[in-house]
Design a protein around this ligand. Structure first.
Ligand code: ZN
Length: 304
């Protein structure tokens, strides 16, 4: 087994306005957590090319972000999502890190990769920035995996918010499964399990106040069986840590050890059909202490 982390210091240069929860210190905290794992292999992220971004986004949207990305001041793309002078490069690195991870695990099965970058990605739709996200990093990685010949790619999203952008992009793709646990009601308001499409889109929600038992039951009874039945050739993970009890943006009550558990379970299933291939990318997580400890626990679970 080997565990690799992909990151780049230029992801610190994406700077939303002061007071914004998606701040550079998040990446510092996540790296402080993962670096406590012995034997970790560190890789520097490379920026995604246009062709890779277009695996998940519409050409007009990329053209627009590239044009706006030349800004000399920070501008708002929506009330939550900002673009400054160094944001486009950070977003290219965040998408590129997942692409590198996909290439890494195809080349060397029984490898797990964790991309620790920002901005996050799972709210970004094919033609819209949203919810702190510019490019949908995990969907871009899924698109690359399909181009590399993988015919069954699963995306597992345990961020406390529903990955609306990922679902929007994946819903038109054959051979992809999107699984999400999230708090409801909560931003962005999507992800109703009533709209599930078995074998393709599987959402499962928890009410505010739910904790470890409810989260694990949801995955054990609902999401993990769907993942195993799909027999993925690659497991991608939208790893958000904002369901932690300390997190200020939501109301679930997960503990560090729940992230160890989900990391271990997702890796276990990746070994059944995917040769152990797993690539995770950082989504949310807005309490720095919780993020550091949760990323460490998740990394240990994935590496176990
Ligand atoms: Zn989130």
């Amino acid at each position: 087994m080997s565990l690799k982390v992909i990151s780049h210091e230029d992801c610190l240069k994406h700077r939303p306005p002061t007071g914004h929860p998606e701040r550079p210190e998040r990446l510092t905290a996540a790296l402080a957590g993962i670096s406590q794992i012995d034997g970790l292999i560190e890789i520097q992220a490379e920026a995604a090319e246009d062709e890779q971004i277009l695996l998940a986004h519409q050409p007009d949207y990329l053209t627009s972000v590239k044009r706006l990305g030349k800004t000399e001041r920070t501008i708002a793309l929506d009330p939550d999502t900002h673009l400054g002078p160094d944001s486009l490069q950070a977003a290219r690195l965040a998408a590129g890190a997942v692409c590198q991870g996909v290439i890494e695990v195809i080349a060397a099965p029984d490898t797990a990769v964790i991309a620790l970058t920002r901005p996050p990605g799972h709210h970004a739709e094919s033609a819209r920035a949203m919810g702190f996200c510019l490019f949908n990093n995990v969907a871009i990685g899924a698109g690359l995996a399909a181009c590399q010949g993988l015919s069954r790619v699963a995306i597992c999203d345990f961020d406390v918010h529903h990955g609306n952008g990922t679902e929007e992009i994946v819903t038109s793709r054959e051979g992809m499964l999107f699984l999400s646990s999230h708090q409801a009601p909560l931003y962005p308001g999507t992800g109703d399990p009533l709209d599930n499409r078995p074998g393709h889109i599987v959402n499962a929600s928890l009410p505010a106040g739910s904790g470890s038992d409810e989260f694990r039951s949801l995955w054990m009874e609902n999401l993990l069986p769907a993942l195993e039945a799909f027999a993925p050739e690659l497991v991608l993970v939208s790893a958000g840590f904002d369901a932690h009890w300390r997190d200020p943006l939501a109301g679930l009550k997960l503990k560090d050890e729940d992230y160890y558990w989900i990391g271990r379970e997702l890796r276990r299933i990746s070994r059944i059909s995917a040769g152990g291939r797993l690539v995770a990318t950082l989504e949310g997580g807005y309490d720095l202490k919780a993020l550091e400890d949760s990323v460490l626990a998740f990394g240990e679970g994935v590496g176990s």
